[in-house]
Unconditional design. Structure first.
Length: 187
């Protein structure tokens, strides 16, 4: 297995995803992802960026509507912001964790792979630690109706809905793969 590069060019990203440039640019646009130019330490796409898009492509293969993926991603970023995890990194892609798809646990967010450090289903959340200097707001988030527990409840419902879609589509994909193998020997 070849070593994993530090960054990917756009062409390498498309090749790794097995998708054309128009398809990938459409995902980037719809998900409001940063677009990089070139390759190198401050340019190019990181392995977590690729892992994120691999999950999106897989979900699309299971016929999960792109708008549901966009909504899930937005709520994941909201959870991370409410937990003040956005203050730990200055990158444009601060919301990407580093978890491989097969390393996800009960504490990882589905798309971003970010490890929250606690099982998402639990109610024990320490959400008041903030590591960044922010301008003081007139009201705190809870006074304005923002509550991480409430957002996580909505997040879990969205994940359950996506899981139901994937369960429903799984036999269809298996049948299509069997058909392709029987007809053309493709597996």
């Amino acid at each position: 297995m070849p070593p994993i590069p530090d960054t990917y060019t756009f062409t390498e990203l498309c090749n790794a995803l097995g998708k054309g440039s128009f398809y990938v640019r459409n995902l980037q646009k719809n998900l409001s992802l940063p677009v990089c130019h070139g390759k190198g330490k401050n340019n190019g796409y990181s392995p977590p960026y690729l892992i994120f898009l691999e999950k999106v492509v897989a979900m699309r293969a299971f016929n999960v509507p792109l708008q549901k993926i966009v909504d899930l991603f937005e709520i994941e970023k909201k959870v991370l912001t409410l937990l003040h995890l956005d203050s730990l990194c200055q990158s444009d892609t601060w919301y990407f964790g580093s978890a491989e798809p097969d390393e996800l646990s009960d504490g990882h967010l589905l798309l971003s792979g970010h490890d929250l450090g606690f099982p998402i289903a639990d109610g024990d959340i320490q959400h008041n630690l903030d590591f960044a200097e922010r301008e003081a707001e007139l009201f705190n988030g809870e006074e304005m109706g923002e509550d991480v527990r409430r957002v996580l409840t909505k997040y879990r419902a969205m994940v359950d809905d996506i899981r139901a879609t994937i369960r429903k589509e799984q036999p269809v994909l298996r049948s299509a793969l069997d058909w392709a193998e029987a007809l053309w020997g493709i597996r």
